[in-house]
Design a protein around this ligand. Structure first.
Ligand code: SF4
Ligand code: SF4
Length: 394
């Protein structure tokens, strides 16, 4: 039976985080089960974009420090690494994200080497999915042990982002945008994410679910105190358990279902042993899910037909936009152009990857119905909010 441990943690007080992380790791056998003395242990954090720790977009520094301390106690040599999202070639903002999100300081205080995948060596690796050769940061492939430190968040495209999707950051810099362009359909993109998860082989996932994100994550949603740390040798199982906690059927999450089908982990809750807390006591009945959710869970023929035309599209909120051009530079299919101060979007080119929303520093990219019929449908769907949306997931 696959094990997922869960411990509660009210906030990011370092002592409380240390205790919660230690409890979660001990329940699944202790860090010594995963790390031997002298091994290089890469902590793959979520450093999505330049946000402060309290904005709940990136793995919190307190969690990074707690895990690095446990790695050291087991005799391992911790490294902390990631590649942030977006931007054109040569402009990757990972260094700034490390600074703003407190990750650089956390690594320094923990005595861990900070690894910016954008400036690290890259390996070309054969994959099974729609992109036959993937480029991954060598420090991940060369580490003795990889530990994934995802954040509990919604995702406007993949519904949830967790341990499987967290490994997408092992793709350095602008290539992430390229992969969005090469696999524009969500199911294909989820296969790419499963490939990357399989190739980067994290031995352990420890999820920062202390303050998660609800609504239109992974960066434009709202922080939500979820008060949890989850740990498992199986990241797919972590994602399945989190889906259940926020009211989703695990196999409706493409990354979980595909990774499970490919034998990369366990997505079937009936075969997952939950340690530490009872799942029934953890469910968050009013967790706000992404506004595009229904389009990911309806039958494919409906979505590709008329309902697909009603899908919400990214729209720029002029009053919030600073004209920084970050989204324009990050759009994988060049569907955005700066016109005056505010970008305009060519919806004929747009592949709905939502990189623009994910990376906008001002939450100026909002999901809206551009079709009047869609607005009516959205009103019906939002009536009764999440309860009615979840009906599609049962
Ligand atoms: S929408 Fe956001 S990322 Fe794009 S130009 Fe405006 S502020 Fe910058
Ligand atoms: S405009 Fe469309 S294709 Fe470009 S980043 Fe935004 S969602 Fe993706």
């Amino acid at each position: 039976m696959v094990q997922v441990s869960i411990s509660r943690c009210a906030d990011y007080d370092q002592e409380r985080v240390n205790s919660a992380v230690l409890t979660a790791i001990k329940l699944i056998g202790g860090m010594e089960r995963f790390v031997s003395p002298g091994q290089k242990v890469l902590l793959k954090v979520n450093a999505l974009t330049m946000k402060l720790p309290e904005e709940a977009v990136t793995t919190h520094p307190a969690v990074i420090k707690a895990v690095a301390a446990e790695v050291k106690k087991a005799g391992g040599i911790p490294l902390v690494g990631d590649s942030s999202g977006g931007m054109a070639a040569g402009q990757a903002p990972t260094k700034s994200t490390f600074e703003v999100a407190g990750i650089a300081r956390a690594a320094e205080e923990a005595g861990a080497e900070l690894v910016n995948f954008d400036s690290a060596a890259v390996a070309a690796v054969a994959a099974e999915g729609p992109i036959p050769t993937l480029h991954l940061a060598r420090p991940v492939l060369e580490a003795d042990v990889v530990i994934s430190l995802p954040k509990l968040k919604t995702h406007s495209v993949t519904i949830l982002t967790g341990a499987v999707k967290n490994m997408f950051g092992c793709v350095p810099g602008y290539r992430k945008s390229e992969y969005h362009r090469m696999a524009p359909r969500l199911k294909d993109f989820a296969r790419v994410l499963a490939d990357i998860y399989g190739l980067t082989r994290p031995a352990l996932a420890i999820m920062d679910g202390i303050v998660g994100m609800e609504g239109n994550g992974p960066s434009a949603g709202r922080p939500r105190n979820t008060g949890l740390v989850l740990a498992s040798a199986d990241g797919v199982a972590v994602d399945a358990v989190v889906a259940n906690i926020v009211g989703l059927a695990p196999f409706k999450i493409h990354t979980t279902r595909i990774a499970h089908q490919r034998g990369l982990g366990m997505g079937d809750l009936a075969k997952i042993d939950i340690l530490g807390e009872k799942l029934e006591t953890l469910r968050i009945s009013d967790f706000d899910l992404p506004s595009n959710l229904m389009f990911e869970v309806l039958p494919g023929f409906l979505v590709s037909g008329i309902l697909g035309m009603l899908r919400a599209r990214p729209v720029i909120a002029e009053d919030a936009c600073a004209g920084c051009s970050f989204c324009v530079d990050s759009c994988p299919v060049q569907a955005m152009k700066l016109s005056g101060k505010v970008p305009v979007i060519d919806y004929n080119r747009c592949i709905s990857c939502l990189c623009c929303q994910e990376l906008c520093p001002n939450k100026a990219v909002q999901m809206k119905q551009v079709n009047p019929l869609g607005r009516v449908l959205a009103g019906i769907v939002s009536h009764g909010k999440q309860k009615k949306r979840r009906r599609y997931l049962k």
